[in-house]
Design a protein around this ligand. Structure first.
Ligand code: FES
Ligand code: FES
Length: 407
């Protein structure tokens, strides 16, 4: 059991919870706040939507231990909220509910959408609310109710809220203008800024990443990747020898100090929406010069959430495009335990790791081109990454339901 202290609906709460307790169960069973509903229990339907530290979040896939120190608001805490009162009234007038099971999540999501100033018209409301499913009443009444309130509220949209990327919507493929800042495709904020400030020349090409299938062997998740960077193998091999430089290409990784005979201590900071982990760990790096091959074995632990990670990454470099480019074949095997273990599921892991590798490859490409300092810190807020991953899965799921291929 882990002791957590958080603020729920303005009241400080301290409880002992198991590492597996999700926030929805914690709210409903420990605090008897049953206005938060549970539908799918895997982050698709939005019935369990609550507000965590000002951002909407799905409480069924948020572990309670990761909310230690957070401020949580549930539907019960909006009685005095003027905007929520207008939404409740509009939902009633527009027949936006039937059984009402989805309604708490709908209301919390709609309020967030309107506050962000993103409920501009029917299309933007339908896209913005597409992370919340209703099984019985249909969506016309819901859209009408949100539009009715949004029209009256548009003057008061929060000035900075539109740039947020957390929450079930808008996702990475929202129409232009829906979000003023698109999700950063897992690239470190620093790298994104650098590219924006210095336009990429046509001769500067992007790295390419191909990801194979994910398999499970015992407790280990395994997958392979092929990364192609547009630089000769000797240059890439030389760069990969410098562990401190390579670490700056990895989103969220920081070393505690210089490597000692191939051994490094460091941390990996990951923020996955409301789940955050600060993995403190160590790794051993081996290079086999005559085979252009390297092996990295490491393990880490997040003391707060008790997440454990261990793994092994092996890479080998081969010449490509007549020596002008390098193909890096990567195979990795890792195991996760604790709250991060939910990211061991095949399709999500594949997308997540692809995007992380994409960030690494692009950083490597950028550094080898001399377009950015080697010392630039790489920070990862994967909130947008995770939701873009989930959004892709939701789109695929809906397309399948409608009998169409995913676009
Ligand atoms: S119950 Fe949480 S998203 Fe469906
Ligand atoms: S009103 Fe019944 S699920 Fe939405």
């Amino acid at each position: 059991m882990t002791r957590i202290a958080l603020t729920v609906n303005g009241t400080k709460v301290t409880r002992e919870v198991t590492p597996r307790t999700n926030l929805a169960d914690f709210l409903r069973e420990e605090l008897l706040l049953t206005g938060t509903h549970i539908g799918c229990e895997h982050g698709i339907c939005g019935a369990c939507t609550v507000v965590v530290d000002g951002e909407i979040a799905r409480s069924c896939i948020t572990y309670a231990v990761t909310c230690d120190g957070a401020e949580v608001r549930t539907i019960e805490n909006f009685d005095e909220d003027t905007l929520m009162a207008k939404l409740r009234q509009a939902f009633s007038e527009e027949h936006a509910l039937q059984c009402g099971y989805c309604t708490p999540g709908m209301l919390v999501a709609a309020r967030d959408l309107i506050r962000r100033g993103e409920a501009r018209d029917e299309e933007s409301i339908r896209i913005g609310m597409s992370g919340n499913l209703c099984r019985c009443t249909g969506y016309m009444g819901i859209v009408s109710a949100v539009a009715k309130v949004a029209g009256a509220y548009s003057e008061k949209a929060e000035p900075n809220a539109a740039t947020r990327t957390l929450g079930p919507a808008p996702g990475p493929d929202a129409p232009d203008g829906f979000a003023t800042e698109k999700p950063a495709s897992a690239r470190p904020a620093k790298a994104v800024k650098a590219e924006a400030a210095a336009p990429v020349l046509s001769s500067q090409r992007s790295a390419n990443v191909q990801t194979g299938e994910v398999t499970q062997e015992g407790k280990f998740t395994k997958l392979t990747q092929t990364i192609t960077v547009n630089h000769p193998r000797e240059d890439v091999w030389r760069y990969m020898a410098d562990i401190e430089k390579v670490a700056t290409c990895m989103p969220g990784v920081a070393l505690d100090g210089p490597p000692q005979e191939g051994h490094v201590d460091g941390r990996m900071l990951v923020k996955l929406g409301p789940i955050s982990a600060d993995l403190a760990g160590e790794a051993d790096v081996t290079r086999i010069e005559n085979e252009w091959r390297g092996i990295i074995e490491g393990k880490g632990r997040d003391a707060r959430s008790a997440s454990l990670a261990s793994g092994r990454v092996e890479y080998q470099l081969a010449e490509a495009e007549g020596g002008a480019a390098t193909q890096m074949s990567v195979s990795m095997a890792y195991s996760l335990a604790g709250p991060l273990a939910q990211f061991s599921r095949g399709a999500i892991v594949r997308d997540l790791v692809s995007r992380l590798a994409g960030a690494f490859a692009q950083n490597l490409e950028t550094r080898l081109s001399g377009r950015e300092s080697d010392t630039a810190p790489a920070a990862l807020d994967a909130g947008s990454l995770v939701f873009s991953v989930l959004w892709d899965h939701i789109k695929g799921f809906i397309s399948k339901l409608l009998g169409r291929g995913s676009d």
